[in-house]
Ligand binder design. Structure first.
Ligand SMILES: [Zn+2]
Length: 260
């Protein structure tokens, strides 16, 4: 194995983790903004509901006062009825009283409709209150959690950056230049060869290259994938089934960083 390769593997692990941590830090404000929007929407829904309930109450107050006025007018007309002298007058009064009675009945029906609407709206209140409380609590929790998480992540970023800055000068400039160039365009510069394939692009590695890659005595070779251009490495530990891949990769990176 090329002497730089193991260090590059450790460098890539650091770079990948650093990128992931930076993404996590960047995601916090987005998550908080989404929860703030949810909270604002719940608040707006609550206000809309309160407004609608108030509107129905106002409508019923006005209906009540209309009914009251119509009744007073009806009473007045009935008193006049006692003193009318002609049938024409009586018929006119009777006609008006009938109209007033119908009008009162119409408004009372409308009042019942309004009461039904109020009942429907008030039934939604507990759910709206609950939604608002939950949305505000979620937002508050995420603000606290986000701040804590960001602080912890920043500490980790600082530690990993120190490791990275310690590691990079131990790698040859040629290898480092290639690594940086490929990482810039491909996201990652190294790819593990697994079962004759490049694990990053899944394309077959030429048989001769695959054989060279597995030859641990070839310290001069720095092979790249013909398809994606990533630098290839082969990990013999993958053939050891008792180890889990995560443990093994961790051990490579940890060992390199520790040995610096
Ligand atoms: Zn490839």
């Amino acid at each position: 194995m090329h002497p730089d390769l193991e260090k590059l593997i450790a460098l890539q692990r650091l770079d990948v983790e650093l990128a992931k941590l930076r993404e996590e830090i960047a995601a916090v404000p987005t998550r908080i903004a989404a929860l703030a929007a949810q909270s604002a929407a719940a608040q707006a829904a609550r206000i809309t509901l309160d407004d609608a309930i108030a509107k129905e109450e106002k409508l019923r107050r006005s209906q009540e006062s209309d009914i009251q006025a119509l009744r007073e007018r009806g009473n007045k007309l009935r008193k006049q009825m006692d003193v009318v002298t002609t049938t024409v007058q009586a018929a006119a009064l009777d006609h008006e009283i009938t109209f007033l009675t119908a009008e009162i009945a119409r408004i009372e029906d409308a009042e019942l409709d309004s009461m039904a609407r109020s009942e429907f709206l008030e039934a939604q209140l507990p759910k709206a209150r609950e939604a608002l409380t939950a949305a505000e609590a979620n937002l508050e929790r995420e603000r606290t959690r986000g701040a804590d998480h960001t602080a912890a992540t920043q500490t980790r970023v600082k530690a990993l950056t120190t490791d990275r800055n310690t590691l990079r000068p131990t790698i040859s400039e040629t290898a480092l230049t290639s690594y940086d160039r490929i990482a810039r365009t491909r996201g990652t510069a190294l790819s593990e060869g697994v079962n004759g394939k490049c694990s990053a692009c899944q394309m077959m590695i030429r048989p001769q290259s695959w054989q060279d890659l597995r030859d641990r005595s070839r310290h001069d070779l720095m092979l790249t994938c013909d398809t994606c251009g990533r630098m290839l490495y082969w990990d013999p530990a993958r053939d050891a089934p008792q180890k889990k891949p995560a443990d093994r990769e961790e051990s490579i990176a940890a060992r390199i960083v520790r040995s610096l």
